[in-house]
Design a protein around this ligand. Structure first.
Ligand SMILES: C[S@@+](CC[C@H](N)C(=O)[O-])C[C@H]1O[C@@H](n2cnc3c(N)ncnc32)[C@H](O)[C@@H]1O
Length: 226
């Protein structure tokens, strides 16, 4: 049904009472216009994550790196990665019509229509990926904090989980407030991962979001339940 939850596309406050399925339906409703609408607000998170991957992984290693693009949407990040020489990329997203746009790009080897959440997805093996990347995906109503349990399981020990998050959502989102940073630093203390963080300036993520942080979490274990 067209036009559902249109106010929640950019006003994340309106996502507070939406279920995960409502959120996925909202993205499906504007899948064909997503890129134009997000370009209009200067979205460039995918470029930031693509640049970080290229800066940290030498050219000759890139074809060997197995990547899962979580909350891949229409494939903007996959496209950035492909342009930088990464060739083994899978996509995961719960919005089928977003994934249909991604599929047309012919970037991804496997497209998985699913939510990233705490529960185990039996279609994905343990210790499967070298890197998990997520752009514009850790904020209100999208990937929840407890989904890091599943991402830890599917990334190989020594692999990385890389994502960006706007500071205002670290502080204000029901999803993340008082949860994201304590979780990141608690699991670092427990030896589950090593944390690298890169400060992002106002405008780096989009014209809407203000400053933010890119996190690169080097996972040191095969699984961790919390
Ligand atoms: C703002 S878009 C970002 C898409 C893409 N990564 C980009 O940079 O353009 C957010 C995406 O997150 C997806 N999403 C929402 N909840 C999710 C979840 N729990 N797990 C994975 N993806 C989710 C939506 O379907 C949507 O495609």
């Amino acid at each position: 049904m067209a036009g559902r939850h249109t106010e929640a596309r950019f006003e994340f406050y309106f996502r507070k009472n939406m279920t995960p399925q409502h959120i996925a339906d909202m993205f499906d409703d504007f899948a064909e216009d997503y890129e134009q609408e997000y370009m209009n607000v200067g979205l460039r998170t995918h470029v930031v994550v693509g640049d970080f991957m290229a800066k940290t992984i030498p050219k000759e290693s890139r074809p060997k790196v197995k990547i899962l693009d979580v909350a891949a949407g229409t494939g903007l990040l996959g496209n950035e990665l492909k342009n930088r020489g990464f060739t083994h990329i899978d996509a995961l997203d719960p919005a089928e019509k977003m994934l249909n746009v991604a599929r047309r790009r012919n970037i991804y080897q496997q497209l998985i229509c699913a939510f990233m959440k705490k529960n185990r997805n039996d279609t994905i093996e343990t210790d499967c990926y070298d890197s998990i990347v997520a752009s514009a995906a850790v904020n209100e109503g999208l990937i929840p904090c407890d989904a890091f349990q599943e991402m830890i399981r599917i990334v190989k020990p020594g692999g990385r989980i890389i994502f960006t998050v706007p500071t205002k959502y670290i502080n204000n989102s029901d999803n993340l407030r008082d949860r994201l940073l304590p979780l990141i630093y608690q699991l670092a203390q427990e030896g589950v991962w090593e944390v690298t963080s890169v400060a992002l300036a106002d405008g780096d993520l989009s014209s809407l979001n203000g400053p933010g942080t890119l996190f690169s979490l080097k996972v040191l274990v095969s699984e961790k339940t919390f």
